[in-house]
Design a protein. Structure first.
Length: 82
């Protein structure tokens, strides 16, 4: 069975797409706007990478985040201003 859904409201179309994924349905996008599709794909890939980074606890070695941030932002002596 095939169902075709079209619309211009991006938020609602995204919601429908997410619901279809939750139901285990396959989704095939047809669009003439290849730039928009590429941008959405990059956004999805970036989101997945950020999720992976969050799950890896990359910053768990930082015991005191406030002290770490102060150290990172510590002013250095500017050239010629000793």
């Amino acid at each position: 069975m095939e169902i075709v859904i079209s619309g211009t409201d991006k938020k609602r179309m995204k919601l429908i797409e997410e619901m279809a994924k939750e139901l285990g349905l396959s989704i095939t996008r047809k669009s003439n706007n290849y730039k928009e599709i590429a941008e959405e794909k990059r956004s999805e890939e970036l989101y997945q990478l950020m999720e992976e980074m969050a799950n890896q606890n990359l910053f768990n070695s930082i015991k005191d985040p406030i002290a770490w941030q102060r150290e990172q932002r510590k002013d250095r002596t500017l050239p010629g201003r000793e």
